[in-house]
Design a protein around this ligand. Sequence first.
Ligand code: IPE
Ligand code: IPE
Ligand code: MG
Length: 266
Amino acid sequence: MSNRSGSTITLPASHAVIAPAINGVHVAESLTEAQIPEHVAVIMDGNGRWAAQRGLRPTDGHRAGTENIRAAIESFAERGVRCLTLFAFSTENWKRPRPEVRGLMRILSSTIDREVKPLHEAGVKLRYIGQIDALNASLRRKIDAAIELTQHNNRMTVCVAFNYGARAELVDAVRRMVADGVPSDDITERTISDYLYTCELPDPDLIIRTGGDQRISNFLLWQAAYAEYVFSDTYWPDFGERDVDQALAEYANRTRNFGGRPAHAE
Ligand code: IPE
Ligand code: IPE
Ligand code: MG
């Protein structure tokens, strides 16, 4: 296992992951600390199809999706994931029918009202990535207040990507570099990372997309250069502990080379 260098201390029982057999390959009984990704990012897709299957409206699917968020955060936290980014609304999602977009804005607002206190009590530090200026003033105030309230928590960072698009993020970064007068010779990969919304977060190790589609949909294009991808057929509102374990087990079974030779082949 060569995900990250470091120790292979067995996790306490509460962090042990019961790993299922994947493609007939039996994965270790429990994952070690080094096998757990530091940063997991989730494309929470499938709300619309979840609702359609039940004869409900897309907005009902989005509501069901947000009702799953606290349990999902807890599952990742219990397994030792330190940072979780949740893709909730893309810059392209404004193209959806107006009632759906309005519904999504209302749902974000009520989710903040309902979830911030329990997440704060659970030691979660909340962050936001995306173009916050396009949101209405009341939503912006709620997001800012949640970030401020939870800023000193350190059990896990949960970063909500809302009105986020990776191309828009790169455009914003370039504009800010120009506005700051950064000389072209000073622009390195590090400079670009530092100008992204994610500047304080590590790059994602694992990106999970739920809902069965296998595409990136403009999510973390720069940061995901060496991320592992796991695609789950489960619709987001149904994505539970078993799916979390399955994704983490699949990640633990990967060999990450970052362009080099795997350690055992050196
Ligand atoms: C993902 O669910 C949430 C958002 C994009 C806001 P979808 O609404 O895209 O669900 P499907 O893909 O239609 O099932
Ligand atoms: C990606 O899902 C965005 C979120 C989950 C927030 P979409 O449903 O918008 O992606 P496409 O349009 O199918 O690629
Ligand atoms: Mg979708």
